[in-house]
Write a protein that binds this ligand. Structure first.
Ligand code: SF4
Length: 247
């Protein structure tokens, strides 16, 4: 492990300890393909947060929202226009998690409504679903300036509310969109290209499927087919039939 990574892990662990976290689990891939074995072998020293016993128990999403309040627990609170809490079916079997709101999301208070969001909507619809059928959220609920990725402190401060949402919704599958969301839910630094396209066992019996972020697909449309392959695996597990074969 590099010294930077070691420092980052130690910082995260100290923060978790300060938050009362007593136990952490190591994530395990639910399949044993060469790709997941490679990812696990190179990165398995960094543990995943155990959200089953360590975080506040919420009764429903309104309870989480109330607890979040007019949050300014991290520096992003002073820069936002709107908190982007997340939206969708509170009993969704499928949840999508991205990294953070962009300009359009900050303006509207809704997740994934810009160009990348429109692509995500197309993907969801191609899966035979509507946005209202799934739940869409982000790792941080306020826009990072210049659309940069959230930094560790912001993720640590905001994660308990995302974990609260997950613990209330209890989806069957979480699709993490891009590296920051995937790293946060694994609680380790990993390359999305190494782990995408495979299911991983996560907390609450939830399966986690990492895939590319729609914003990445806008820049690299040639990889849309890879995401569609990933979504077909998700659909298979949910017993869904596609509307069409994707782009
Ligand atoms: S990003 Fe999350 S923790 Fe930071 S101010 Fe916004 S809601 Fe609060």
């Amino acid at each position: 492990m590099s010294s930077d990574l070691k420092r980052s892990v130690e910082f995260c662990l100290k923060n978790l300890k300060d938050r009362g976290v007593k136990r952490i689990n190591v994530v395990a891939p639910s399949t044993s393909s060469k790709k997941t074995e490679q990812a696990a072998a190179t990165k398995s020293l960094i543990p995943e947060l155990d959200i089953n016993s360590n975080l506040k128990q919420y009764t429903d999403l309104e309870d989480v929202k109330k607890d979040l309040g007019n949050c300014e627990r991290c520096q992003l609170g002073g820069m936002r226009t709107n908190i982007v809490f997340g939206e969708g079916n509170p009993k969704a079997e499928l949840m999508f998690i991205g990294e953070g709101p962009g300009e359009d999301e900050d303006k509207t208070g809704r997740p994934f409504v810009g160009r990348a969001g429109q692509l995500l909507t197309k993907i969801i619809e191609a899966m035979g679903l509507k946005r209202e059928d799934v739940y869409i959220a982000n790792i941080v609920k306020c826009r990072p300036p210049g659309n940069r990725a959230p930094v560790d402190e912001e993720i640590i401060k905001c994660a308990p509310y995302l974990m609260g949402q997950i613990s209330v919704i209890k989806p069957k599958i979480i699709v993490t969109l891009g590296s920051p969301a995937t790293c946060t839910l694994f609680n380790k630094k990993i390359k999305i290209s190494l782990v995408r396209g495979e299911f991983y066992d996560w907390n609450y019996g939830i399966k986690l499927m990492p895939t590319f972020h729609p914003a990445y697909l806008l820049r690299n449309p040639k990889d849309k087919g890879l995401v569609w392959e990933d979504m077909k695996k998700v659909m298979s597990l949910l017993g869904l039939k596609p509307k069409h074969t994707g782009e």
